[in-house]
Design a binder for this molecule. Structure first.
Ligand code: XIL
Length: 360
């Protein structure tokens, strides 16, 4: 009897508190208008739609909301690169990488890891040590095991090696610590893929590069590497083209290049998509309606070209940034550049509609 009374009082108090909460909590108020699901790229796409992000920008509510509303995956623009994580042999800085992974977890998003071995991101302390090949590999092996192991089950895919080939298919030699150290750099990279696989057997392992659809020589080198990896037992699940192209880049070449990449049978990632519209790097450039429409059409045709590859090989399309107010291209290309799907006020651009309309 005493128990029944207690339960009754508890239930009464609970339901009263619910009424109270619903009336007073603004978070429970339904949004006035929901955008139809097929009007949102992350929902319409039958593959992940990613964006490169930085931890700092996630502090902005508009940034975070736009990101989680429209995208299903993130890539760290730089905070998971070696020079940002690896401060010394046994000295790792996880602060920003952890925060990005946590944001993705909290918001039902995936994380693509970028990148384990990139010639541009070996830390200075490592380069200055001038390791012989055995010590070099020993340290890099530990690095890969530590990073991939830490995010086992949390990061679904990794760019293990990034930009190791030139467009003509030769191996990159200038400023490349791996090339300087190993007689057979490709075999070293193969072992890096193996270390990553051992640290997280579920993670999909990618090779990532730029100009892949434009440069037949580079695609040939990637194909040969994939064949060699297969015959020598090194794992490789996918290849990525960064796709930093221009509105003027020939779309048939992009389409045929993607189809050719897909002949490898590997997963295909458009990994760093941004399309420059101020192609002449003009100080007087105006992003007029006509320019915006041309731009939107470029996005549409690139997404259509990706949709044309076999469904089972579509891994993701990731844009290199979220909004035009923060893009590497304003430093590296021209201050008047507007390459992404949102403007600097987080408003959807025509390029967003282009991307959306390119989806099946
Ligand atoms: C760029 C970032 O966008 C910059 O912020 C950073 O300073 C340098 O790297 N190819 C890649 C990316 O694989 O990692 C590069 O990102 C862009 C080119």
């Amino acid at each position: 009897m005493y128990l029944k009374q207690t339960v009754f009082i508890f239930l009464l108090a609970f339901s009263l508190s619910c009424v109270e909460t619903q009336e007073n909590n603004p978070l429970l108020v339904e949004p006035e208008e929901e955008t139809a699901v097929d009007q949102v790229i992350r929902h319409k796409a039958a593959f992940n739609v990613g964006a490169a992000v930085t931890r700092n920008e996630l502090n902005s509510a508009s940034y975070a909301n736009t990101l989680k509303t429209h995208y299903s995956q993130i890539t760290a623009e730089y905070e998971m690169k070696m020079a940002h994580i690896w401060n010394g042999v046994n000295n790792y800085n996880w602060t920003n990488a952890d925060a990005l992974v946590k944001f993705a977890e909290d918001n039902d998003m995936e994380v693509h890891g970028h990148t384990l071995v990139w010639y541009k991101s070996f830390p200075n302390w490592f380069k200055n040590a001038n390791y012989d090949s055995a010590s070099f590999e020993g340290h890099v092996k530990t690095y890969i095991e530590t990073v991939v192991g830490r995010y086992k089950g949390k990061i679904i895919s990794w760019d293990v090696a990034n930009e190791i080939f030139l467009d003509n298919g030769g191996l990159r030699s200038t400023d490349c610590p791996v090339f300087k150290t190993f007689k057979d750099p490709v075999a070293f990279y193969g072992r890096c893929y193996r270390y990553a696989r051992e640290a997280d057997p579920e993670a999909k392992l990618f090779y990532n590069d730029y100009n892949v659809v434009l440069a037949g020589g580079k695609r040939g080198a990637m194909r040969s590497m994939a064949t060699r990896f297969k015959s020598e037992g090194y794992p490789l699940d996918g290849i990525g083209d960064q796709m930093h192209y221009m509105e003027t880049t020939n779309r048939n070449t992009i389409k045929n290049g993607l189809a050719d990449m897909a002949l490898t049978g590997l997963l295909i990632h458009i990994s760093e998509l941004d399309i420059r519209i101020n192609t002449g790097q003009s100080d007087n450039f105006v992003y007029s309606t006509t320019e915006q429409q041309k731009h939107a059409n470029a996005y549409k045709e690139i997404v259509e070209a990706y949709e044309a590859i076999p469904q089972s090989q579509k891994f993701a399309i990731s844009t290199w940034g979220l909004h035009d107010g923060s893009t590497w291209l304003t430093d590296w290309w021209h201050p008047k550049e507007y390459p992404l799907l949102f403007d600097d006020k987080f408003e959807k651009k025509l390029t967003y509609e282009g991307f959306l309309n390119g989806l099946k």
